[in-house]
Ligand binder design. Structure first.
Ligand SMILES: [Zn+2]
Length: 217
């Protein structure tokens, strides 16, 4: 079941891999689904598999309790974080976790990516916070990630990487790529000199415009 969604995850994994947002077997992706009875399900990538070798049959479907409903692989080691985010944030249906270089540099330095540029502010909904540090795969990491994601579509995980969320897989991808791009801009701007920030007032106008008027509405 859910062949289309599985293919979407496989395609997105390869895209992230080719664009070097993920390397090796690290990072993970998931989608929130509903079965025919309206029960919530989670479609997730398997643990520790090379993205180039991952096929749709390697993906795992779990129920709300975290029990495997379909699939023969072990689910991602960050399963707790994915499930906690879905349970805490109702209006999103896709999560991507990467270890992309520039964003992780900010996460290692403990630097919030501030409101500097239009695209990130509009899509993320404000600055990109750094979640408190916790070991990968733990309940603590899941809670800290949710805390940092409050009213945002993305966050940094201290000394670890990026979490991008969205209504769709493409939206979650945009969160990850905009965080990586903004982290790069922040680092370059710091090298060049002062980082000029946008005012909260202008940022709010940009978010308002993006949510209500931007694109083919
Ligand atoms: Zn990770």
């Amino acid at each position: 079941m859910f062949e289309k969604e599985k293919q979407q995850i496989v395609n997105m994994s390869l895209r992230l891999y080719n664009e070097k947002l993920i390397v090796g077997t690290w990072g993970n992706l998931s989608m929130r689904l509903k079965d025919k009875n309206g029960e919530e399900l989670y479609l997730v990538t398997p643990s520790g598999m090379e993205y180039e070798d991952t096929k749709i049959e390697d993906l795992v479907i779990l129920n709300e309790q975290g029990d495997i409903v379909e699939g023969h692989r072990n689910p991602t080691s960050e399963l707790k974080m994915h499930i906690k985010i879905y349970k805490s944030i109702n209006n999103i249906n896709a999560i991507i976790h990467t270890h992309s270089t520039y964003a992780t540099a900010c996460a290692v330095a403990g630097v919030t990516i501030p409101m500097m540029v239009e695209d990130m502010i509009q899509h993320i909904g404000g600055d990109v916070r750094v979640a408190k540090y916790a070991l990968p795969g733990t309940d603590e990491l899941a809670s800290y990630a949710v805390e940092a994601l409050k009213e945002r579509n993305g966050a940094l995980l201290k000394n670890h990487g990026v979490i991008g969320i969205g209504k769709s897989m493409v939206d979650a991808y945009k969160s990850c790529i905009l965080i990586e791009k903004s982290a790069k801009i922040l680092i370059y701007a710091k090298i060049l000199g002062h980082v000029h920030l946008l005012s909260t007032e202008d940022a709010e106008k940009m978010i308002e415009y993006y949510n209500n008027k931007y694109g083919q509405k």
